[in-house]
Design a protein around this ligand. Structure first.
Ligand SMILES: [Fe+2]
Ligand SMILES: [Fe+2]
Length: 350
């Protein structure tokens, strides 16, 4: 749990927009008395203007709920020594500058307090930041917060993920995702990872990488309106159940349009990621050139991710087996993309 003490300053609004409405964040107005929502140890973050005289008294009242030895991070503008003195008087155990707010998510303890990070995601600052951003963003999306590809949260989640994959490599990134217990999110995270990995290998421009990254994160957003028991059902589906599942692309598009999605390529990915080049896919049975390249790419990533995922009752395919399955789909998928995907996917076995 990250307990964030806020006022109405710019620092507080910067921190709010960074953290969104994560369930692991408790936002507390400075001066209020409150009950911590957690049992274990929390991390505290002071996102207030410490130059105001009344602030210190208010902070002391609010910090009354802080337990012994709980970490207290204060945000202080770069050159303000008075505020540094204030922060240290208040017991700050760490101070960060206002320009370093965005890097908070790379702090190992903060990232861990926000998202219980798998061990493999903890090892590199860019991995910690990307992982934390993705999980916070996806939890908010699946909890019903309006989302589209041009929001700050989506843009930052995609940018840091591209950076993480470029820095540590796709396979270590994917391995970290595999250890994350929330299986609703891991599918989306894997699709995004494989799409970006394939996009990088195809030499896509940063703009196109952003589209497939955002498309990956949002592609199954429509499943948010379908009962989880049905989404997770392992056995054969009845015709009605299949119809409900097949409605998720249309629901997703409706949600994104409702939120003001500005990018037609992203909408296309969400709407048509289950189309097959031979016309056997859904929802519209599109064929060949009617399916644009970025959508085809996400389809390859989506099918592969579903095969290598480890879900209760559905053992994961090895990278080799999953890739062979893609090949067996033949003309249903874009053969040139599947061929290109070989080095992306099979690096796993190396
Ligand atoms: Fe889907
Ligand atoms: Fe999917």
């Amino acid at each position: 749990m990250l307990i964030t003490v806020v006022d109405d300053s710019r620092l507080a609004s910067d921190v709010r927009s960074l953290l969104g409405e994560a369930e692991t964040v408790q936002i507390v107005p400075v001066g209020s008395r409150f009950q911590p929502l957690h049992e274990g140890r929390a991390i505290w973050l002071l996102a207030i203007d410490l130059s105001r005289k009344a602030a210190v008294k208010d902070v002391i009242r609010t910090l009354g709920a802080r337990r012994l030895n709980e970490k207290l991070i204060a945000i202080v503008p770069g050159h303000s020594w008075q505020e540094r003195v204030q922060a240290s008087t208040l017991g700050a155990t760490q101070m960060i500058s206002d320009t370093a707010i965005a890097q908070l998510l790379a702090d190992p303890q903060v990232a861990d307090a926000l998202v219980k990070l798998p061990e493999k995601a903890k090892r590199h600052p860019v991995k910690r930041e990307a992982f934390t951003r993705q999980v916070l963003h996806l939890r908010a999306c699946f909890a019903g917060r309006p989302a589209h590809s041009a929001t700050d949260a989506t843009a930052r989640a995609v940018d840091t993920t591209v950076r993480a994959i470029q820095t540590v490599g796709l396979i270590p990134w994917v391995d970290a995702i595999g250890d994350f217990p929330d299986k609703t999110l891991t599918h989306t995270m894997l699709v995004t990872a494989y799409a970006i990995g394939l996009g990088l290998s195809c030499g896509l421009t940063p703009e196109k990488l952003h589209k497939i990254g955002a498309g990956g994160l949002l592609h199954d957003i429509g499943k948010r309106e379908i009962p989880t028991a049905l989404v997770d059902k392992l056995g054969p589906l009845t015709a009605t159940e299949y119809q409900i599942i097949q409605s998720h692309p249309a629901i997703g598009v409706r949600m994104l349009q409702g939120a003001g999605e500005p990018d037609d390529d992203v909408l296309n990915i969400v709407q048509h990621h289950h189309e097959m080049l031979d016309g056997s896919g859904y929802p519209h049975g599109l064929e060949e050139d009617a399916i644009p390249p970025l959508t085809r790419l996400v389809t390859v990533a989506d099918i592969y991710a579903a095969l290598v995922e480890n879900r209760p009752g559905k053992p994961a395919h090895s990278a080799d087996k999953a890739y062979q399955h893609l090949q067996r789909l033949g003309d249903r998928l874009d053969r040139s993309l599947v061929a290109r995907f070989r080095s992306v996917a099979l690096a796993q076995a190396a």
